[in-house]
Design a protein around this ligand. Structure first.
Ligand SMILES: NC(=O)c1ccc[n+]([C@@H]2O[C@H](COP(=O)([O-])OP(=O)(O)OC[C@H]3O[C@@H](n4cnc5c(N)ncnc54)[C@H](OP(=O)(O)O)[C@@H]3O)[C@@H](O)[C@H]2O)c1
Length: 307
């Protein structure tokens, strides 16, 4: 079978198509014939050697996959050969989802709603679960709250806007000029061009999803109500963390986790017409390097590989 592997860290061109033995599913695992694999910023960071999650190369990046189950390991219940499934698989350990076949723990998989495309299902897991865990698990989002989503046109942000809207929040988001109309069409009530306007002036908010970390989280704290909550995706630093505590605001720096229940809940939103995954670029498996280049150009929504 074909897989994308790298034998050194560096620019996107280190991602090479190669051959590997067919994986054999162990106990509790299924084998997926991959139809689509999402690309995330963490893939690019590990590929480049900026985050050594997988140790020294050779290794295979990629954690998002959607496809059909084509073999079952022992003790797997609830799934059958031929089922369409999606998952954030084994993150942050190696799975190598840019491949024709992968093994996945059945407990980390959700069924793909009938009307959802393979591309959308392959692109949803990591970004979608990040948005879900940030707003629902950590943020305990409630109807009627004022919720602010930074980077509303990005992979995580465009899904977060829709999750917040589906929970009955009044939603603010930032986006660069070319993405504003799309972010509005996803349900954001107010969209701010962050290059022209200070988002903090629109607060105070009950709940904020901060994508940037560091001093940026300090600005998010400025825009938060007393007792409000910020979930940040990147390190806020000790000083900002201490400031949040002093001000009686909750600040969580999260790391996304595989979560079949969260994915199933998002599948329900897709089914109900309340969530769609925007595909900003789609590439065949052999063009994984071009897909990583496309991610670096700040796409609208998600970049995905089709297999
Ligand atoms: N901790 C975790 O578990 C976790 C999980 C997922 C992602 N992340 C991190 O979260 C970040 C976002 O991930 P992603 O997948 O959404 O990335 P993405 O798809 O590349 O989207 C990021 C977006 O941020 C926007 N942006 C850049 N500077 C901005 C600013 N100052 N204010 C508002 N928007 C700005 C860009 O859009 P414009 O064209 O509008 O500028 C870009 O599209 C990445 O750094 C990623 O590594 C962390």
């Amino acid at each position: 079978m074909h897989v994308i592997e790298q034998t050194s860290v560096g620019a996107p061109e280190v991602l090479q198509l190669t051959e590997a033995p067919m994986p054999v599913p162990g106990p509790g695992e299924v084998r997926i014939r991959v139809a689509a694999a999402g690309i995330n910023p963490v893939d690019a960071m590990v590929r480049a050697g900026a985050i050594p999650l997988l140790g020294d190369p050779p290794f295979r990046v990629g954690w998002d996959a959607a496809g059909r189950i084509d073999a079952l390991g022992e003790d797997v219940t609830g799934f059958a050969i031929g089922d369409r499934v999606m998952g954030l698989i084994r993150f942050p350990e190696q799975v190598g989802a840019y491949a024709q076949f992968i093994n996945a723990p059945a407990a980390q998989l959700a069924r793909i709603p009938d009307l959802m495309t393979d591309e959308a299902a392959g692109a949803l897991p990591l970004a979608g679960l990040t948005a879900w865990q940030a707003l629902v698990s950590h943020g305990r989002i409630k109807s009627g709250q004022k919720v602010f989503v930074h980077a509303g046109g990005g992979g995580v942000g465009h899904i977060a806007v829709q999750i917040a809207k589906a929970h009955g929040a009044e939603v603010w988001a930032t986006a660069s000029a070319g993405k504003i109309e799309t972010v509005r069409s996803l349900g954001a009530d107010h969209v701010i061009d962050y290059k022209e306007q200070d988002f903090a002036a629109s607060g105070p908010f009950d709940l904020i999803l901060d994508h940037a970390g560091g001093e940026h989280v300090g600005r998010s704290l400025d825009a938060l109500k007393p007792g409000g909550h910020v979930t940040t995706l990147l390190d806020p630093g000790e000083e900002i963390t201490a400031r949040a505590e002093r001000e009686g605001k909750t600040l969580v720096w999260m790391m996304v986790k595989p979560d079949a229940a969260g994915l199933t809940a998002m599948g329900e939103l897709v089914r109900a017409g309340q969530l769609k995954v925007l595909i900003g670029g789609s590439f065949p498996l052999a063009q994984a390097a071009q897909a990583h280049q496309a991610l670096a150009r700040s796409p609208l929504g998600k970049i995905v590989l089709t297999v």
